[in-house]
Design a protein around this ligand. Structure first.
Ligand code: SF4
Length: 199
């Protein structure tokens, strides 16, 4: 196909980009359609970015969660992609293989999503609300502490030691969360305090 392309025609064609690309404006509509069909849409278009921390270990790498679905409009948000946060001072966008596979963990069928309780004598867990779960944990902790807190040792020294309940916290938190968790747990007198990274 031959075609005379004056500067005026070229500018006119380029200006038609609002209604279609320059290819279409110059009479290559089929080529444009084929070209568009061959281009895979960018998968993160229209997603919401949420910054978070990798859940696995105490390195606490920064991650970005990409989700689809607007929860403000009653839609269910679905995480479609996770990658390292390039602005995070710890990992500068990198992730180890575990962190790089976080999306599989999020969508795992065996992942526990709700608090559950197995009552004495029952063979199966039943789902409870977060309110019920927190109330029950608080009740059991209070009762156990009232019964077993050691206020003074054999020499009469104040120790406020509570050794019959343990607390498992998360290592993958911010410094501020870790500091607060430590203060709350130690202020109760709990001795056995650990997390998945044992730090
Ligand atoms: S990406 Fe790897 S190194 Fe970083 S916090 Fe997660 S598990 Fe730890």
């Amino acid at each position: 196909m031959t075609m005379e392309l004056s500067r005026r025609l070229f500018l006119k064609g380029a200006g038609a980009g609002v209604a279609g690309s320059a290819l279409g404006a110059f009479g290559f509509a089929d080529a444009e359609a084929a070209n568009a069909a061959a281009i895979r849409p960018f998968k993160l278009t229209g997603t919401t970015e949420t910054r978070n921390t990798c859940t696995y270990c105490s390195v606490a790498c920064g991650i970005i969660l990409y989700s689809k679905g607007d929860v403000r409009n009653g839609e269910k948000a679905d995480i479609v992609h996770i990658e390292g946060d390039a602005d995070h001072p710890t990992n500068r966008g990198t992730l180890c293989p575990k962190g790089a596979a976080l999306l599989d963990m999020v969508h795992s069928k065996t992942r526990t999503l709700h608090p559950q309780i197995r009552k004495p004598g029952a063979s199966a867990f039943e789902r409870v609300s977060w309110e019920q779960a927190l109330d029950r944990v608080a009740r059991l902790m209070k009762d156990d502490r009232d019964r077993n807190l050691v206020v003074k040792n054999n020499d009469g020294v104040t120790v406020n030691r509570w050794a019959t309940t343990g607390f498992l916290a998360a290592s993958a938190t911010t410094n501020e969360t870790a500091w607060l968790t430590y203060k709350v747990v130690r202020s109760t007198g709990i001795v056995a305090f650990d997390n998945q990274a044992r730090v």
